[in-house]
Ligand binder design. Structure first.
Ligand SMILES: Nc1ncnc2c1ncn2[C@@H]1O[C@H](COP(=O)(O)OP(=O)(O)O)[C@@H](O)[C@H]1O
Ligand SMILES: [Mg+2]
Length: 345
């Protein structure tokens, strides 16, 4: 029954006729799931094009999102997210200010948007051990001091994001994260009001969703165990986005997901139903969205650092000596992305 609600809604979304869902709107979202290649960065990039006054923060050491915003990212030395966080972990370093860059300055497609980004750094690979060392150093302090010191460390990214939002007069934030729950990704969970969780239509993604839910909810988890008892600021799950969805091509099947997509839609739905208290409302069907496989459109969008919203059906490009084209379903994908963006902010 409720799976059908979702499938029928997707049909309306595809045709730009769906009624908005009344989800509570949050300011800061972390895009996360503990698995790579499922669409975290692609989704962060595309959603960031669909809203205004947004700060996009890249906490993944791979820096893919930073590269989308600035194709010189890997060559350039710039103040980055690590510079923002290190002063909270290592004594004696001065705090950073005005770290965010205007996206339109380095990605022409964003030149009409008032959106900013904070670049990542390869050195974030070292942050997990720096974070754990700093946390461990609070162990010897008296209870009150210990809680204060822990809070300063755990909420360092949140404090810095709030400062950057206010310095740049922005009111929305998305944080792209790495597939590993450690370092800056862990801090992103403490910084977020809510989570957006891409899940790909495969078994590994279901496993990583279960791991994520366990990390979010179990008192012994790496996420929860450091939080002081009276400070359980746990982000809600705003939505799970099932990525790489496919639809039946059987004649007459107008709005049927293909077999694989249907299996994973059901699995994710069952998981969310079992964990309603983690959702930002208690109706699981309002938190599950489908996004078609982008196919050629996705490849062209990536290679050109061009948001899907700006692609037109029929555009072509030679990638690795093969001619790739923007497929017919691009308008459907655009409508799906827009609907997702509207349920976030
Ligand atoms: N519906 C979809 N949502 C997100 N990514 C998609 C989708 N369909 C195809 N893709 C492709 O899948 C890949 C996802 O990679 P990426 O966003 O870098 O994953 P992650 O950041 O989770 O490691 C990209 O190449 C993207 O073009
Ligand atoms: Mg990524």
């Amino acid at each position: 029954m409720s799976i059908n609600t979702i499938i029928n809604r997707q049909y309306a979304i595809a045709n730009n006729q769906a009624d908005p869902i009344d989800l509570p709107k949050q300011r800061i979202y972390a895009m996360c799931n503990l698995r790579g290649g499922i669409g975290k960065t692609t989704l962060s990039f595309n959603l960031s094009y669909l809203v205004e006054n947004l700060l996009s923060v890249d906490t993944c050491p791979q820096g893919n999102l930073s590269f989308f915003y600035d194709n010189n990212y890997y060559a350039a030395q710039q103040t980055n997210v690590k510079d923002m966080l290190l002063p909270y972990l290592v004594p004696g370093l001065g705090k950073a200010t005005r770290v965010a860059s205007y996206i339109g300055a380095t990605n022409q497609f964003f030149s009409n948007k008032n959106n900013y980004f904070i670049p990542s750094s390869e050195e974030l690979y070292l942050l997990p051990s720096q974070l754990i060392t700093a946390i461990n150093q609070t162990a010897g302090l008296q209870q009150a001091q210990k809680e204060q010191a822990l809070r300063s460390i755990l909420y360092s990214l949140k404090t810095e994001i709030e400062r950057e939002l206010s310095e740049n007069a922005l009111d929305k934030c998305i944080i792209d994260t790495s597939p590993f729950f450690a370092g800056a990704t862990q801090l992103a969970w403490y910084a977020a009001d809510a989570l957006v969780i891409p899940v790909r239509t495969d078994q590994q993604s279901i496993k990583s969703l279960e791991l994520l839910i366990n990390t979010l909810s179990s008192p012994q988890s790496e996420f929860r165990k450091y939080l002081p008892e009276n400070d359980m600021n746990v982000p809600k799950i705003q939505m799970v986005v099932l990525t790489h969805c496919g639809w039946s091509t059987v004649a007459g099947a107008r709005n049927e997901p293909n077999q694989q997509t249907k299996v994973y839609l059901k699995k994710v739905y069952d998981i969310l139903s079992k964990h309603r208290t983690l959702l930002s409302t208690n109706a699981p069907e309002n938190h599950l969205f489908m996004l078609d496989d982008f196919l050629g459109s996705g490849r062209i969008s990536s290679i050109e650092s061009k948001p899907m919203e700006l692609l037109q059906e029929g555009e072509t490009k030679v990638i690795d000596r093969v001619r790739v084209s923007v497929n017919k379903s691009v308008d459907k994908c655009k409508n799906q992305l827009k609907f997702i963006a509207q349920q976030l902010w």
